[in-house]
Design a protein around this ligand. Structure first.
Ligand SMILES: Cc1ncc(COP(=O)(O)O)c(C=O)c1O
Length: 445
């Protein structure tokens, strides 16, 4: 490898690379961060400093960095057959084996998978299957799609339309017609308890269904815990009531488990944990722990049967069921099983993480603590004095992100909150260091 020259790399970066979800001017003023290497739950940045990765990359590196098992499986698969499509009556062994492995862990009614390359594509695929499904069932007027405020479902035109965050939709003049938002259960600042607020959200959702007409609504997309919208944990009873409301109105329930899948909540899927019985479930991220890009759309037996008996299914990407990414996923899921990482989150690091998070409730700048398993968030209030006294709204999360990095940890800043979701292999010592760094950052705010 060539000598690591951060000055030259930053110059090339500024000249040529556009970054996702980035203010480029601010980034180039501060200097782009360049991650040089990573192992377990830590990364080494451009200065050679070790940082605890409190966000598992982007909520995805569940088994931690630097796993030889995945690298070896990928190399072996590339040598055997690096790529062959799953189009036209053909596929490869890893795609078949991975679909069977997913069926083992998914809710029992989800036994069929259509692969793609990302969470956005998994949701886009779900949207297309849903449209075709209602058409095949003779209910052509069922075309509208519900999602919730603060939802994040991806960045394609249609999945941006599902995303209930103005920062994502407004620059692109979205949502498209036919995409409707109902309130997500974000009770913070509402003056209501989470349960009261959840009940209000359900009542509003029911009113929307009545107003639009259930016969025009195809589906609802639901992240069981809303991630990028601010780690919004559903209040007790809310998700099961929402599920029931959809069942009564013949609205397909799509669980977007792109973040919550593969152990993050101390279960293989939130849908299993909370018995959601979704009609479709989408996953990505933790399916390969981010080692290679892969999305998966799982569908109920009923939906699968309709497609299996309706002739030609004209959907799929060149890389749908890519053998090398599927081999990476199989090696990744094997690690999760062998090392009992789901149980580890449920019984060990999850409770320890939640205890440390909730200890910060006493910090003068922390207004609310939320979390479940190995995901959590702190809502912040502006300090009375110091550099961030009277900070503009929605800037505290970014400020803490910067300070935490200086203190040796990566956390995600969202509006006035910080979000955390470390790798499932995070050690007790690393959790202690993560929370110590975060506390120092809060003290400096
Ligand atoms: C819940 C959820 N759905 C979908 C997506 C989109 O996934 P991708 O970025 O792989 O397209 C994300 C990404 O963060 C997500 O968190």
């Amino acid at each position: 490898m060539s000598r690591f020259d951060v000055t030259a790399l930053r110059r090339l970066d500024q000249a040529h690379l556009l970054h996702p979800f980035t203010d480029h001017r601010a980034m180039h003023q501060g200097g782009t961060h360049v991650i040089r290497s990573a192992k377990g739950s830590t990364v080494i940045d451009e200065t050679g400093r070790e940082l605890i990765d409190g966000l598992a990359g982007l909520w995805c590196v569940n088994v931690g960095y630097g796993r030889d098992e995945i690298a070896n499986a990928v190399a072996e698969q590339m040598r055997a057959v690096a790529f062959y499509p799953s189009f036209f009556n053909t596929t490869t062994e890893p795609a078949i084996r991975l679909s069977a492995k997913l069926a083992e862990h998914a809710p029992p009614n989800l036994q069929h998978t259509l692969f793609s390359n990302s969470g956005s594509e998994a949701n886009e695929t779900a949207l297309k299957l849903i449209r075709a499904y209602w058409k095949l069932r003779g209910k052509r007027e069922k075309t509208k799609v519900l999602s919730r405020t603060f939802a994040y479902h991806g960045v394609s035109i249609a999945t941006t339309s599902l995303t209930g965050l103005a920062t994502c939709t407004e620059p692109f003049d979205l949502p498209l017609p036919g995409f409707l938002y109902v309130p997500g259960p974000y009770s913070y600042g509402s003056g209501k308890s989470p349960e009261e607020y959840g009940a209000w959200c359900l009542a509003e959702t029911e009113r929307t269904i009545e107003r639009e007409g259930a016969g025009t609504i195809a589906a609802i997309f639901v992240e069981p815990v809303q991630g990028a919208g601010g780690v919004i944990v559903p209040p007790a009873g809310y998700l099961s009531a929402l599920r029931e409301l959809c069942r009564r109105n013949e609205i397909l329930f799509v669980a977007d488990e792109v973040i919550t899948g593969f152990g993050r909540l101390g279960a293989w899927f939130a849908s299993v944990l909370w018995n959601l019985e979704p009609d479709l479930m989408t996953t990505a991220k933790g399916i390969t722990s981010g080692y290679l890009p892969l999305g998966a759309t799982m569908v109920s037996r009923e939906i699968a049967t309709i497609f299996e008996s309706s002739g030609y299914l004209a959907h799929g990407f060149t890389y749908t069921g890519h053998p090398t990414t599927c081999a990476a996923a199989l090696a990744n899921l094997d690690i999760i099983e062998r090392e009992g990482l789901v149980e580890r989150v449920r019984d060990d690091v999850g409770p320890r993480f939640q205890a440390a998070l909730h200890e910060l409730a006493d910090h003068p700048l922390v207004a609310e603590v939320r979390g479940f398993g190995l995901i959590g968030a702190l809502e912040l209030r502006a300090p009375r004095s110091g550099p961030n006294a009277g900070a503009a709204p929605n800037t505290l999360g970014g400020a803490v992100h910067g300070l935490a990095r200086e203190e040796g940890a990566i956390v995600r800043g969202i509006r006035d909150l910080v979000a955390l979701a470390p790798p499932l292999v995070v050690t007790h010592d690393e959790l202690d260091r993560l929370f110590a760094a975060l506390t120092r950052a809060l003290d400096r705010l």
